[in-house]
Design a binder for this molecule. Structure first.
Ligand code: NAP
Ligand code: ZN
Length: 367
């Protein structure tokens, strides 16, 4: 029996939950820093609702609105300084995975003035941090319910996550209506990310009885979207948006326990060097993951095929077309890229059959 798990986030959901539950903010203090991307917080309507809730509770705030996609450690550090300057009692993150992950790091930087931008990678875990409230606007990462923050190291340009008890929000407000403004390409990329989470968690050797249930639920809820992703015209009704959003949270709960597999690690390379959105970058390696699952854990793959009512060959074709990667790497280039993982990666170890540096070179070469 293995149901080992830890997920301390209070999830508050429903339409209008931010305004309806404004008192929750008051419990964290009277001043806060709101951390957002360039425009998604506004476009989604989440920022307006949040500010209305803060005003209702007489909470003063500043807005730090320059979190870039794949947030850098320096951006998070700067926002942390800003939080200190305004004497913030707590942090609110609004957005997709990027602003939410940034907010997790900002909450840490805010109370560790001795930290440099990259000290988060070597901090003692759990480190001191401000209380954190998250409001999601994409249906993808599940960052609302994970104790992980994926940052880009400003010195190296490499994506590297931090994780631990200090990377969980106190509260996550989940209102699918904020995902309704997500444009077509981001809807596809984020849904592929959620699907990748569910599948990778399911196939990981670290999967347990909780993650199986979370993944199965997510895969079932994502089924219609994923199987028809290549004819998606960009429109979804409220019910469909809600379904994608809940699925992304189930998938987030799954990876929060079991982690992800090699596609998430290799996908970082595509994002860093070719500016490919995270979900597409991970999906690019899913066909290979499915192939390996056929060899090393056919029962688990069979269970996924049953839920989808689609065989893995057909699924791989759908995903390949959706990811549409056109990058050619030589053996030497692939080898050079792989060296950053030469000291081992947990994602490789828990992938079906394990995943060696040689496998990594082949995967990159055969993209
Ligand atoms: P994102 O980088 O947060 O956002 C992608 C784009 O979508 C941005 O241009 C953003 O605008 C826009 N956008 C977001 N919500 C919108 C809305 N409601 N309406 C209109 N536009 C909207 O994308 P993401 O896929 O959600 O997050 C990706 C990041 O999460 C990556 O860094 C990835 O590594 C990380 N991740 C984290 C976890 C975890 O457990 N913590 C898991 C998987 C992935 P703005 O720039 O204005 O915000
Ligand atoms: Zn992901």
């Amino acid at each position: 029996m293995n149901i080992n798990s830890f997920m301390p986030v209070k999830v508050v959901s429903d339409e209008n939950c931010v305004i309806k539950n404004s008192k929750i903010f008051k419990a964290f203090g009277s001043r806060c820093l709101v951390v957002t991307g360039g425009s998604s917080a506004e476009k989604s309507g989440a920022l307006a609702d949040c500010l209305q809730a803060l005003e209702k509770e007489n909470i003063t705030y500043s807005v730090f609105s320059c979190v870039e996609p794949n947030p850098s450690t320096k951006t998070c550090y700067n926002a942390g300084v800003c939080a200190r300057e305004i004497n913030a009692d707590f942090i609110i993150g609004i957005g997709g995975g990027s602003p939410l992950d940034a907010a997790k790091a900002v909450a840490i930087f805010a109370v560790n003035p001795e930290f440099q931008h990259d000290s988060v990678y070597v901090r003692a875990v759990p480190s001191a941090h401000l209380p954190l409230v998250l409001i999601g606007t994409t249906a993808g990462t599940g960052s609302e319910v994970t104790g992980v923050s994926v940052l880009t190291n400003s010195d190296t340009g490499l994506k590297k996550s931090i994780s631990g008890a200090d990377c969980y929000a106190e509260v996550a407000f989940c209102d699918y209506r904020y995902t309704c403004s997500v444009p077509k390409a981001v809807t596809v990329s984020t849904a592929l990310d959620a699907f990748a989470h569910a599948v990778e968690a399911y196939l990981a050797s670290s999967a347990n009885e909780f993650t199986f249930v979370y993944s199965e639920k997510a895969i079932e809820m994502l089924k219609d979207f994923i199987l028809n992703v290549n004819t998606f015209d960009g429109t979804l009704n409220g019910k469909e948006r809600k379904q994608l959003y809940i699925a992304s949270l189930f998938a987030g709960l799954a990876i929060n326990i079991s982690g992800t597999d090699f596609p998430h690690t290799l996908g970082y390379y595509l994002t860093e060097n070719h500016n490919i959105p995270h979900g597409i970058a991970c999906a690019a390696f899913m066909p290979l993951l499915l192939e390996r699952a056929k060899k090393y854990c056919p029962e688990r793959l069979g269970a996924i095929e049953n839920i989808l009512d689609c065989n893995s060959g057909k699924l791989a074709e759908i995903i390949k077309q959706a990811a549409n990667i056109n990058i050619k790497l030589s053996e030497e280039e692939a080898h050079q890229i792989s060296l950053r993982w030469k000291n081992g990666v947990k994602n490789f170890d828990r992938s079906p059959g394990g995943f060696t540096l040689g496998d990594c070179v082949d995967a990159l070469k055969n993209l």
